[in-house]
Design a protein around this ligand. Structure first.
Ligand SMILES: [Mg+2]
Length: 99
């Protein structure tokens, strides 16, 4: 088996007895995106963390989003690398004059 990130995440899932159903993982992804928003708002936005709150950093939350996304992609049979490449190709071709 390849040793790319998605494969490693898949092995971790297997070693831990599987994962939640896809819609539950989608909810987890939404939770992690919310945590990323909170971290970003604390770092570059107007909302300071609560007193005594030990907020995770933006990089950590991006990692959490990526991890849950890899879990979800794996259980749906989606190749994360190929999906990312396809999205990049779309940006390079279809959207090349949009931004
Ligand atoms: Mg998190």
């Amino acid at each position: 088996m390849a040793d790319d990130y998605q494969s490693r995440v898949g092995r971790w899932v297997e070693a831990h007895g599987g994962t939640w159903p896809p819609l539950a993982n989608l909810a987890r992804l939404a939770e992690e995106v919310g945590e990323l928003a909170r971290a970003l708002n604390a770092e570059v936005g107007p909302k300071a963390p609560k007193p005594g709150e030990q907020a995770a950093g933006v990089a950590e939350e991006i990692g959490d989003v990526l991890f849950v996304l890899a879990v979800l992609a794996g259980q749906l049979g989606v190749d994360l690398q190929a999906a990312g490449e396809a999205a990049l190709l779309k940006a390079e071709r279809r959207d090349r004059h949009r931004f």
